[in-house]
Design a protein around this ligand. Structure first.
Ligand code: LP5
Ligand code: MN
Length: 240
């Protein structure tokens, strides 16, 4: 049984090579796998299921092929595509998961999340997140004309980029304390996440036991994918 994990593709018309690499993955390996998990930021930005755009429509088509091949595909919202909802999921044939979700791999419970919730030192981001994840904000935002939503999303992205350039890199990484707290809360010793764009496998002690945090990379210069089967796991780079 093979399970594939990806995140942070940030698909957008400006990077056709990433879209093509994703389509190739969907048509080949994903169709042969048992499960495909997408842990957020599939898109560079998502302003609502009613406005998928050309990239969104291509992705829906690609995911439909995976669905038809009997691979189950699961999705966790990222900070760029937190507005992906049931209409997109139904069209693409994927399952939406909550922010923190568990899977069973070779008999072990593994926690999956996008990763932004672990960046607890980034208080400005967490305040922003609380607002944009509120039902009131989302209802008001989704009621706006698409053009206006696009404009606001662009402004938010620019502002975010400006602020990030000023932030200490450590602030935008996960907090080890938050990692350990969430592992204790769920009673797990392995987690997989993305968001930080710092692909790595971190091994550390959690009490008397050893724990593992697997971080998926982004798809800017090349792809990143975690492959997990009965022989174990591998964090792979995918060339474009
Ligand atoms: O995305 P990334 O990795 O660059 O940075 C994130 C955090 N930034 C964000 C903001 C998104 O990038 C914005 C794009 C969203 C697209 C979907 C839009 C639909 C709704 C639009 C809602 C307004 O998530 C960044 C973190 C970083 O990860 C690392 O963890 O630090 O957090 C911020 O930059 C937040 C800022 O510190 C504070 C908020 C600035 C945004 C202000 C919005 C202004 C809107 C104006 C409307 C007229
Ligand atoms: Mn992210």
């Amino acid at each position: 049984m093979t399970q594939l994990f990806i995140s942070d593709l940030h698909l957008d018309t400006s990077r056709p090579e990433a879209i093509a690499a994703f389509e190739t993955l969907l048509e080949n390996e994903a169709c042969k796998a048992e499960r495909l998990y997408i842990l957020g930021d599939l898109f560079e930005g998502w302003i609502g299921d009613d406005e998928p755009g050309d990239v969104g429509l291509r992705v829906i088509k690609g995911l439909q092929k995976v669905h038809q091949s009997n691979t189950s595909c699961y999705f966790i919202n990222g900070n760029r595509d937190f507005l992906i909802r049931n209409d997109f999921a139904t069209a693409a044939g994927i399952h939406l998961l909550p922010d923190c979700a568990l899977t069973d791999i070779n008999g072990e419970r593994v926690l999956m999340l996008h990763g932004d919730l672990l960046c607890t030192d980034d208080t400005r981001y967490l305040r922003f997140r609380k607002i944009v994840r509120s039902p009131l904000f989302q209802t008001l935002f989704l009621a706006l004309p698409a053009r206006m939503r696009q404009k606001i999303a662009g402004t938010a992205r620019d502002k975010s980029q400006l602020e990030n350039a000023e932030k200490q890199p450590a602030i935008m990484d996960v907090s080890q304390r938050a990692v350990e707290q969430i592992m204790e809360l769920y009673g797990i010793r392995t987690m997989i996440h993305g968001h930080t764009h710092r692909p790595a496998i971190h091994q550390f002690k959690l009490g008397a036991e050893s724990a593992t945090r697997i971080v998926l990379g982004d798809w800017y210069e090349q792809g990143s994918m975690l492959r997990w089967n009965t022989n174990g796991y591998q964090l792979e780079q995918l060339t474009f």
